[in-house]
Design a protein around this ligand. Structure first.
Ligand SMILES: Cc1cc2nc3c(=O)[nH]c(=O)nc-3n(C[C@H](O)[C@H](O)[C@H](O)COP(=O)(O)OP(=O)(O)OC[C@H]3O[C@@H](n4cnc5c(N)ncnc54)[C@H](O)[C@@H]3O)c2cc1C
Length: 347
């Protein structure tokens, strides 16, 4: 008998497993074959929404806690998973520059938006209006984190790589049984896969498709992430991610080519050095109508829980909501109304 089965091992499942294990609980993870949004993601953490220069929801609290959490996890996994990475906003006009300086006066933004203009770090990009820098930003090496954790779970025979079949789940008063594995509780962390989960699919994730190009360029020599229309994010070894697109309504035909053409147009407009496209990666962000996570308990089966709706900022949001869910499941501490999934299931 284990304490928890966790279904899905992207950022959601991983940060949940870490919180449970920290509390001395045993976990058994089942992860399937769907593309993980978590490994397609660039893994950036940045509490400022650069389109509008506003703070992300709960951004300051989430960022502070996430940094502590990932440091702790890196130590436990004996793997470096956090990189400091400056995020620069390229200004397209004097007006944009002025707008930045106006926003700096807002107390919640002043600790993140640098008051100094940043000189152009590369000749490969035209930036006559220079850049603004967001401070305290970085990147989680999500794939590395998941692989290291998966290895640790496999060594304890606590990881199964297969698609979970919801119809085989037996639910009793004191726990659940799945293919002979007994657990006190089960938590679904399936990302957009939640839409196929008969216990929680009424929560209706919206889903938001995103694509990056992976490019290689010797001449670019960038050490910072730059946000223009899209982000360009250095991955090391002359490789960069460029994107990501954000599409709720995706034309069904020819998506791959259409999105590639769109990204190439913007990329050619941004950089003036040769590059090669190495890959193109796409996944669906598990987004929710009200842009808040979906965390909580099934309204009928009290041993079934969900952690989802990490949206566009899973790296920052994940640790805080996993902590809250564990406190709810273990101590009965109430969930904040705005993240509690019952706000949808009761409708
Ligand atoms: C293009 C793109 C760029 C992004 N960039 C960033 C970024 O820079 N920073 C950031 O913070 N966030 C970013 N995000 C958002 C981030 O990726 C998500 O918030 C986060 O990955 C969601 O994690 P998750 O664990 O809920 O879902 P996922 O990562 O999708 O993981 C869900 C897991 O559940 C498994 N699963 C589903 N159904 C089943 C089943 N029936 N049985 C077994 N397993 C199942 C899937 O195989 C998968 O492994 C980006 C997303 C995209 C698409």
């Amino acid at each position: 008998m284990v304490d928890y089965i966790i279904v899905g091992f992207g950022i959601g499942g991983c940060v949940l497993a870490a919180h449970l294990e920290r509390e001395g609980k045993s976990v058994y993870v089942i992860d399937g074959s769907d593309v993980k949004a978590s490994v397609v993601a660039a893994g950036l953490f940045n509490p400022v929404i650069l389109k509008r220069y506003t703070m992300a929801w709960d951004g300051h609290e989430q960022l502070s806690y996430a940094k502590l959490f990932y440091n702790d996890l890196a130590f436990n996994l004996k793997t470096a998973i956090i990189e400091e990475l400056p995020v620069l906003r390229r200004f397209h006009s004097a007006e944009e520059q002025n707008n930045w300086f106006e926003k700096i006066d807002k107390p919640e933004l002043s600790r993140y938006l640098s008051p100094y203009l940043v000189e152009n770090p590369t000749n490969a990009i035209q930036a006559p209006y220079k850049y603004g820098q967001v401070m305290k930003t970085g990147r989680i090496l999500v794939r590395k984190m998941l692989e290291a954790y998966e290895e640790q779970l496999k060594n304890k025979s606590a990881y199964l790589n297969e698609d979970f079949d919801h119809s085989l789940l037996q639910i009793n008063n004191d726990g659940v049984i799945y293919k002979g594995i007994k657990a006190k509780k089960i938590v679904f962390c399936e990302g957009f896969g939640l839409t196929k989960n008969p216990f929680f699919n009424q929560l209706s994730l919206v889903g938001n498709k995103g694509t990056y190009l992976i490019i290689e360029s010797e001449a670019l020599e960038l050490k910072q992430a730059i946000k223009s229309h899209f982000f360009i994010v250095p991955l090391g070894g002359n490789r960069y991610k460029f994107g990501a697109t954000y599409e709720q309504q995706v034309p069904k035909d020819n998506y791959e080519q259409a999105v590639r053409d769109q990204l190439v147009t913007y990329l050619n407009d941004l950089i003036s050095v040769p590059y090669t496209i190495i890959d193109q990666v796409t996944a669906v962000r598990p987004t929710v109508r009200d842009r808040r996570p979906l965390v909580g308990q099934h309204n009928e089966h009290k041993n079934l829980y969900v952690l989802n709706g990490l949206g566009t900022r899973g790296v920052m949001i994940g640790p805080t909501v996993a902590k809250e869910l564990v406190e709810f499941m273990e101590n009965g501490t109430e969930l904040r109304k705005e993240i509690d999934c019952s706000r949808y299931s009761s409708k």
